[in-house]
Design a binder for this molecule. Structure first.
Ligand code: ZN
Length: 134
């Protein structure tokens, strides 16, 4: 695959409402969208920093992936997402390269993007997302 840039960095928080002021008041960024992603059991808040976004993730279900992560760790840095042209194609290439996948096929993410996660076992323990328009 050929990622064009880091699309976003995902950060798990206990509460968007409590987390947003740091990004707006200290970093001077503007939250331009809040969106619920039912598939991932999260509510997301987005900030643009150059080509990259910060994606804050608040769990909407304690049994969801972010709910469990926050329960275990208290929240914080969760994943890095790389922008690719074609997520399906990128997954195929990753698998052929011996990478363990969490998602065999793309799922629906925030902002109408297709997303898929690679397994931390194959990514030096960094949960890695690839996302793109198809
Ligand atoms: Zn993400």
């Amino acid at each position: 695959m050929t990622p064009t840039h880091i699309e976003h960095i995902g950060i798990a928080v206990t509460s968007l409402e409590e987390a947003i002021p740091f990004y707006e008041k200290v970093l001077g960024l503007k939250c331009y969208a809040i969106e619920e992603v039912k598939d991932q059991k999260v509510k997301t808040a987005f900030f643009q920093v150059g080509q990259t976004k910060i994606e804050l993730l608040e769990s909407t279900d304690p049994e969801g992936p972010i709910g469990k992560f926050v329960e275990k760790t208290g929240g914080g840095m969760h994943h890095i997402a790389y922008a690719v042209e074609d997520v399906t194609e990128a997954l195929k290439e990753a698998e052929e390269a011996g990478c363990q996948l969490i998602d065999k096929t793309p799922r629906n993410g925030a902002e109408g993007l297709k997303i898929a996660f690679l397994h931390p076992k194959s990514t030096n323990r960094v949960l890695t997302e690839i996302c793109g328009k198809k």
